[in-house]
Design a protein around this ligand. Sequence first.
Ligand code: SAM
Length: 434
Amino acid sequence: MSATERQIVRLVRAAAPGEIKQTALLSRSTSSLQFTGLLSTSKHFEVASLESLVGIDLIVADKILVADGLITKEGLHGATLDAFLLSALSALNTGGVLVVREDLSSDASPRVTLPSLTDYVDVFRRDIAGKYVGFDFYCAEQVDSSIYLNGNYLDFVWILRKKEFTPPAADAATVTFRDFLDKTQYTNTGIGAYEWMFGKDFISPGGYDENIRVLEQFGGFKYGAKMLDIGSGIGGGVRQAAAVYGLQVTGVDLSANMLTEAIVRVHDEKDSRVNYSICDAVTYDFGENVYDYIFSRDCIQHITDQDALFKNIYKSLKPGGVILITMYGKGKGAWTEAFKKYNDQRFYHLQTLDEVKERAIKHGFEAVHVENMTERFREILTHERAHLEKEKVDFFKHYTQAEFDSLYNGWSAKLKYIEADNHNWNLFRARKPA
Ligand code: SAM
């Protein structure tokens, strides 16, 4: 039983707590995964034999996608990938789990393969025996042992749970919330242009320097302690917390485009204090009493079920641990039509400072501190917009007029929302009782 097998079993149990009676292990002779003593009925199969299986609770496909040509130099091979996913769905019981383990360190373009494979499996839906089924995406996570033993940050496991879905409306543009994030606010060019605006490695107001100022609000760190960064984006905050404060940091983000960028960068840098998982911070099981610090920069306005998020955060924080979050929030002014549209397009769930405070207290946090940072937000937006104008020539070397207009107008609009006391920028800090 290796640590990698244990990591996979931990993720499977978290995604689907039911009993695992029948397991199918799809592997090559070189596979290191056996699950001996962990999963009693594991058997080895070739991919083609999956078609004849039914009633399976767990399928582990260990490094077969590249080996069998489902991922090629040209990218994903749609027809064979479709056939594989369809056979897996037919073989699995509802609630059963498909684990795909694939090492992308030899892939020519992991920046493309990682998000496109994640997208493929997340939105894959088919009618099977009268039911509309697909995979409920739990996570795509780095294999810890590959990081520590080989400096390989590109070895992944995807954890996918078979689920029955309601067919989408004919005009639905996106299938899941991850799909929505990756196709709207966090497209690849969008991320690049945002990073130009905010500064290297950051997709949040003020970039590197502002993030240091925000981290300082924790009031100091224990060297080597563990931090969780929720909605870590392209990884600026995670790498800063590790490199400047010596923390062990896990970054999670639901956007595959965002987190891929963070992962590829850390694969080049080899900072083993840092690891990542593409997952939804609301549903991922972080474990109990794990982190000394939980941090989140400007993510939680995206989250609908704030109570579920706070419950999850509270559970994973160690007793005495500290949480610090900045978020886009709402003020007390009547919403303008433009602000309503801005909010609806992004599916934001903006809260007032009072709402955040009440929720924190309701979930058991103590020493709750909230702070309105909107004036600082105004200063930053004004500075960033002026910088865009001044450095136009550099911007146009990389991006188009349309992207310039979108950023310039977006920053100007936010300044107007602040003026109307619609848009706020809020900070929340609290402690889990010791
Ligand atoms: N914190 C990063 C930074 O400072 O550069 C990124 C901030 S960006 C404005 C917000 C991030 O939250 C996005 O990368 C988005 O994908 C992520 N996010 C939104 N909903 C999420 C969820 N439910 N779970 C995890 N991440 C989420």
